[in-house]
Structures are given as C-alpha cells and as structure tokens.
Design a protein. Structure first.
Ligand SMILES: [Zn+2]
Length: 135
C-alpha cells in the first residue's frame, strides 16, 4: 500500500508546472519533543525532503551549529541536550538561507554541485550559483 506522502508527492508532480511554481515556499516547521536530557526532531526526514537536501547534510549542520552531539535514526534526530522548538527552527531556517535558497532570485529550487572541489549551490530557476562552506 502507498503511504499518504507518496500519494501526495505523486499528486504534486502531476500538477502543471505553473501551479507548482507559484506556490510560496515555506520553511517546514520542526516538530520537537523533549525527553529528559534529549531533544527529538520528530519530522526530520520530512523537513529534509521538503527542502530537497540530504538528511545527513542537514543533520551535520544542526549538530555542529548547536554545538552538541546526536543521532540520526529512522527519519528523526535525537539531540543531546535540551533545546526549544524555536532554537531548532532557527537552525533549520539558517540552513535553508545558507544552503538552499538562491542568492539571486530566492528560489528554493536549487541543487549542490562541486566545482574544483568547491561546494556550490546552483539555482535551477535562474542558473545563478554561489559557493557555500562545507560542513
Ligand atoms: Zn535563482
């Protein structure tokens, strides 16, 4: 049986391009749950999917900039330490601004490429590219 997400994705793919394009991009909202000394990002894989980046890359960024350790397992992230939803959300937003959005046209429709070992974000909408720091 197909999951709701798969059906939804199929439906989105089948929408005419113009409709998809005019959709306003929204940074996904983190669903955060605290368990003792740990903070769990429950919808981590959906977030990575929505911004079209690998879970590993986003995960590395978050643990590094929050200065903690953690675990990426079965679509969720378990962080060591107590963090608020706002703190987690801020990291995701910073990541999107740095590693996803095009600096020229602000489109989220971008991809990573490497040019002479430099990691770049290339925009699929306007073709602009800009280098970004590796994590
Ligand atoms: Zn662009």
């Amino acid at each position: 049986m197909r999951s709701y997400e798969e059906l939804l994705e199929k439906a989105i793919k089948e929408l005419p391009k113009e409709v998809k394009k005019s959709e306003r991009f929204e940074i996904p909202k983190a669903i955060v749950q605290r368990e003792g000394n740990k903070t769990i990002i429950k919808n981590f894989s959906q977030i990575a999917k929505a911004i079209n980046r690998s879970e590993e890359h986003l995960y590395k960024y978050i643990v590094k900039s929050m200065g903690t350790a953690g675990l990426l397992e079965s679509g969720r992230v378990v962080l060591q330490g107590k963090f608020s939803r706002d703190e987690v959300q801020k990291e995701i937003e910073d990541y999107v601004k740095t590693y996803v959005l095009c600096k020229e046209c602000n489109s989220p429709d971008t991809e990573f490429i490497r040019e002479e070992r430099v990691l770049m974000v290339r925009c699929l909408a306007c073709g602009a590219k800009h280098p970004v720091k590796g994590i």
